[in-house]
Design a protein around this ligand. Structure first.
Ligand code: CP
Length: 316
């Protein structure tokens, strides 16, 4: 694998292989076993043009547990604020010998531009681009679902027949898009539930059911209920009813949480707006995988870095 830019371009074998390698990495990721020497001598740059807590720290931990050197770059406080272009930033990183670049950018498609540019010869990982994709988030979500459902017998398996209901701001969510493609490739059935104003205008090519009624979706007893963050920074008042109305109709509040089927798990990629899209009782319950998702993110990102940066990189 040369770059990891989207889940839409991952086939089932590649996705399952990555999840299996993440299983192999888990003891190191969780610090039960010492770090591995696999990427000693390699340099990974975290190139973040948008804020992040989980993804940036998780990639840093993953790279360090594989013994890579890590350089953290934040656009705030850099020469980007003086107008420096992505090209000049990339060429600066190339001159410093970056082997891998983990990029988060507000523009959809920025990681693809970097990967195809020739400005830098490095493995590129998309850590979230605009409203387009966030592939490692979807991979860690799939890893978390697979572990909850199959435990130690997860290896080699997809998510065939698993029902996943994804709720909230679909319009602006790169997490929703990456999960849509990956979950479908792994055999799961995806339902999106959202206010009509927070669904893209054309979803005809999406392999998902679209609905607007969260109570009906919960009564259907899905295996997974994944709540999404309301992305206030990407929307104006025309999209958003108001907080109380949103919470009443599309929030996983205490009453809906109590009605969930006994086998359903609750997911959220974070950061959470507690009391808006999810109640604290739901977020902090034993059914919630929120903290597992964060922990599993290190294993999955170790697997991605390993596939891209160990040995000779292959075109993919
Ligand atoms: N889930 C996620 O991408 O979180 P951060 O924005 O904190 O990285």
């Amino acid at each position: 694998m040369r770059h990891l830019l989207s889940t839409k371009s991952l086939n089932r074998d590649d996705a399952v292989t990555l999840l299996d390698i993440a299983e192999d990495m888990a003891d190191v990721a969780n610090r039960e076993v010492k770090k591995l020497p696999t990427l000693r001598g390699k340099t990974v740059v975290n190139l973040f043009f948008e804020d992040s807590t989980r993804t940036r720290i998780s990639f840093e931990a993953a790279a360090k547990r594989l013994s890579a050197d890590v350089i953290n770059f934040s656009a705030k406080g850099s020469s980007v604020s003086k107008g420096e272009s992505l090209k000049d930033t990339a060429q600066t990183l190339a001159a410093m010998g970056a082997d891998g670049v983990v990029i988060r950018h507000p523009a959809s498609g920025a990681p693809q531009v970097l990967a195809g540019s020739g400005w830098i010869d490095a493995g590129i990982i998309n850590a979230g681009d605009g409203t387009h994709e966030h592939p490692t988030q979807a991979l860690l979500d799939a890893f978390t679902i697979r572990r909850r459902l199959h435990g130690p017998a997860s290896r080699g398996r997809g998510l065939d027949g698993v029902t996943v209901t994804i709720v909230g701001d679909i319009l602006h969510s790169r997490v929703a898009r990456s999960n849509l493609w990956l979950l479908n490739t792994l055999g799961a059935q995806v339902t999106f539930i959202a206010p009509p104003t927070l669904v893209p205008a054309d979803t005809s090519a999406w392999p998902a059911t679209i609905g607007y009624d969260l109570d009906a979706a919960i009564d259907a007893g899905p295996d997974v209920v994944m709540m999404l963050r309301i992305q206030a920074e990407r929307m104006n008042a025309a999209f958003f009813p108001n907080s109380r109305e949103y919470s009443r109709r599309w929030g996983l509040d205490d009453e809906r949480f109590a009605r969930l089927s006994s086998h359903s798990i609750v997911m959220h990629p974070g950061p959470m707006n507690r009391g808006l899209e999810i109640s604290s009782a739901a977020a902090d319950s034993e059914r919630s995988t929120v903290r597992e998702q964060v922990a599993n993110g290190v294993s999955v990102r170790m697997a991605a870095l390993y596939l891209l940066l160990s040995g000779d990189r292959e075109d993919h």
